[in-house]
Ligand binder design. Structure first.
Ligand SMILES: CC(C)(COP(=O)(O)OP(=O)(O)OC[C@H]1O[C@@H](n2cnc3c(N)ncnc32)[C@H](O)[C@@H]1OP(=O)(O)O)[C@@H](O)C(=O)NCCC(=O)NCCS
Length: 200
């Protein structure tokens, strides 16, 4: 794989997201109704030009960053992940993930990406809390987050309107103490230790 690797997992690697990744791959994923079924994004058609503007806005915002999720074997781009709304005082950030290549769903990649991004946030950004919002009907995502040890905080009623109806959103989070209790049980722990705790 020629692209720089930022974080390496067992199933997936995370590499810097380029403008081209946005315009070639993310544009296709965001316009796929099945992929964005439960998301806020994807309600408007996104052209190559609008994806370029979205990328520029993301790059200019110090409170967020995104990474390209690649299949560890082939290096092919399969999705996007990121930390958003990074708050210095509260030491918190919002986690987001989208696997745009549907053949890769249900193989444990979403769970691995969450583990890598939480570990990065805790070990390198010194975060105290990583939180996320997920549709209460997005069963695959909910299972994946609960399996990692994310805790339910509450339900935002009729928070998202799409597909002609409202969806409730569950707010979930992991605190630093919870992360420290969990991380050694994660299959990604060895790669986290090697990359993020090299002197441990
Ligand atoms: C949601 C998403 C990130 C999950 O990643 P993933 O790699 O597909 O999920 P994982 O393999 O890590 O975990 C899926 C879990 O749901 C289960 N699952 C799979 N298909 C399911 C289905 N149709 N219904 C219910 N559970 C399902 C799996 O068995 C697994 O649970 P287990 O580990 O207890 O067996 C990914 O599917 C995705 O990006 N979807 C489209 C965009 C999206 O919804 N993003 C999330 C926004 S909050």
């Amino acid at each position: 794989m020629s692209e720089a690797v930022f974080l390496k997992g067992v199933l997936a690697v995370l590499s810097p997201m380029s403008r081209e990744d946005y315009q070639v791959h993310y544009q296709r994923w965001i316009n796929d109704r099945e992929v964005v079924r439960y998301l806020v994004r994807g309600t408007q058609p996104m052209s190559v030009e609008s994806m370029g503007r979205l990328y520029d806005a993301m790059e200019a915002n110090p409170g967020e960053f995104e990474l390209c999720v690649r299949d560890a074997k082939s290096g092919a781009p399969i999705g996007i992940t990121g930390l958003h709304s990074i708050q210095a005082a509260a030491r918190s950030a919002e986690f987001r993930v989208l696997l745009g290549e549907k053949d890769f769903w249900g193989r444990g990649i979403g769970r691995e990406v969450l583990q890598l991004m939480v570990a990065y946030g805790m070990e390198m950004l010194n975060l105290n809390k990583v939180w996320l919002g997920v549709s209460t009907e997005n069963q695959r995502a909910l299972r994946s987050y609960l399996n990692c040890g994310f805790v339910e905080e509450g339900t935002l009623r009729q928070e998202v309107f799409r597909n002609g109806r409202y969806y409730d959103v569950r707010r979930m989070s992991m605190l630093r103490d919870e992360y420290l209790q969990r991380v050694e049980q994660w299959p990604t722990f060895t790669s986290i230790q090697t990359q993020l705790r090299p002197s441990a």
